[in-house]
Design a binder for this molecule. Structure first.
Ligand SMILES: *Cc1c(COP(=O)(O)O)cnc(C)c1O
Length: 468
């Protein structure tokens, strides 16, 4: 498989180079040259296969033979052994047409482990084969950082630098980033928002001298390999719920549009998805664009679901590319307009294409808290605030009642105890079963520095601490 940039001028790459490149050299995002299709028989067979086996069949067409088939199977096995339940991503009925897809059984209790555990192994392997090292930089709104550090800590050929917005991540999230003592791990708090952290990362990538000097690689959800890894659970969940004989809908708590774009990829590969519901919190740029056709950057507002406190939604560019019929010139024009005016308008055609696959709902803070409380009081089930946003949007879906709707449970409630406590008016200790490894971590010492939102200072930090 070859990969092309959404902006049309970066070199065409194979899988491993795409994996190591992250962002494309023209500022665009890599996508496969074409979408592989899976047959009905293959979809049916997934019902009885273990997760790693389904992953192999879904992902193999994207890999192109490096690593070779046997090695790729081994890597997948190892990646998903890091999960606490054998199913990796279990499906739980919620009553009626509603289901929950639990994606939080990995080491850092959020869905980002699913992709990161695979990505880290693939990258380390690719670097070892080339006799190279790399410096990973990533911005996080909370969960990516912990998942990346957990997946990359102690790996031979990689230093990892994670930038998080000071005071805007939960205590558990911060500790997951600041307690590891491995020499290759560096977490830095930035005096700013997630979008500021993301802009720093983009600027560092766009600085060609710096990029070469430090051997930069990226693990944000702009990295194709992450999106790719996330397509797998759409297939495993669907196989449990009667696909391919019926259609299915997904509600996805969305920030950077990576997870839900993975659902769109699954649909392009032949999975019969009736609707992909974009569930946003009060940072609702994606819900607004689908309703009005205008993509307009607002101010980021801190919410109870901080991993979705995002206004610049990077992976939306991949959908723009698809919805414009893969028109890189048009994507360049729109992204140029966004940079200049902080907004752009979609043409009616493009909007219609998007509405053919997606719906969108905004779930505000009061409703999120009410959902957490109601679910807990009804049957003792605790949702984290991100999942609650997803479920709130799912409840407003207009798909027929015969269509199962699966809400992606993207984090464990123990990751956001303060919000759960506030919503349920009960102490977190009393109601949340915090996994033991988190209890142990919370008692460990933290080490991190806080930097101003200044590119030059942050670059100096990376220059000093990396061993490329
Ligand atoms: C990252 C994250 C999201 C948003 O995922 P995107 O791929 O950025 O849309 C939702 N929920 C949780 C818990 C997350 O960590």
């Amino acid at each position: 498989m070859k990969y092309i940039s959404t902006r049309g001028t970066a070199p065409v790459l194979d899988f491993e180079d795409t994996l190591l490149a992250g962002l494309a050299a023209d500022g665009g995002l890599y996508v496969p040259e074409s979408w592989p299709r899976l047959s009905r028989e293959t979809l049916t067979s997934f019902k009885y296969k273990p997760y790693a086996e389904v992953a192999y069949e879904v992902l193999n067409p994207f890999i192109g033979g490096t690593p070779n088939n046997d090695r790729f199977r081994e890597i997948l096995e190892a990646a998903y052994q890091a999960f606490e339940v054998p199913e990796v991503a279990p499906v739980i009925p919620l009553g009626g047409q509603h289901y929950l897809l639990e994606l939080f059984h990995g080491p850092t209790l959020a869905f980002k482990d699913v992709a990161m555990q695979l990505l880290a192994r693939l990258m380390d392997e690719a670097l070892a084969r080339r006799g190279r090292r790399a410096t990973i930089i990533g911005a996080t709104s909370g969960d990516t950082g912990g998942a990346a550090i957990e997946a990359f800590r102690g790996r031979e050929n990689i230093d990892i630098f994670i930038f998080f917005p000071e005071g805007r991540v939960s205590d558990v999230q911060r500790k997951q980033m600041t307690t590891p003592t491995d020499e290759n791990v560096h977490a830095l708090a930035i005096d700013g928002t997630f979008d500021d952290c993301q802009a720093l990362v983009k600027d560092m990538f766009n600085d060609a001298d710096f990029r070469h000097e430090t051997g930069l690689a990226g693990v944000n959800s702009i990295n194709w390999a992450r999106v790719m890894a996330q397509t797998v659970y759409y297939f495993t969940a669907s196989a449990q719920l009667g696909v391919p004989d019926k259609e299915i809908a997904f509600s996805v708590p969305t920030g950077n549009f990576g997870d839900i774009f993975a659902g769109y990829v699954a649909k392009q590969m032949g999975l019969p998805i009736a609707q992909l519901m974009i569930a946003t919190n009060i940072n609702d740029i994606l819900a607004r664009v689908l309703k009005t056709g205008i993509y307009e950057i607002g101010d980021v507002v801190a919410s109870s679901s901080p991993s979705m406190d995002i206004q610049v939604s990077s992976n939306f560019e991949r959908l723009l590319f698809e919805a414009t019929g893969r028109n890189a010139d048009e994507v360049c024009r729109l992204m140029g307009e966004l940079a200049e005016k902080r907004k752009f308008s979609l043409s009616p055609n493009v909007l219609e294409v998007m509405r053919g696959s997606f719906a969108a709902e905004r779930v505000d803070e009061g409703e999120t808290a009410k959902i957490i409380k109601d679910m807990f009081e009804a049957d003792g089930m605790l949702l984290d605030p991100h999942t609650a946003v997803g479920y709130g949007a799912a409840l407003r879906s207009d798909v027929p009642t015969s269509t199962p709707i699966v809400t992606l449970a993207t984090a464990h409630p123990a990751k956001f105890p303060a919000s759960v406590e506030k919503a349920c008016h009960r102490s977190a200790e009393e109601i949340i079963a915090t996994p033991e490894r988190v209890q142990v971590m919370m008692k460990q010492d933290e080490a991190y520095e806080t930097y101003p939102n200044e590119l030059a200072r942050v670059q100096d930090f990376v220059r000093q601490k990396n061993s490329f």
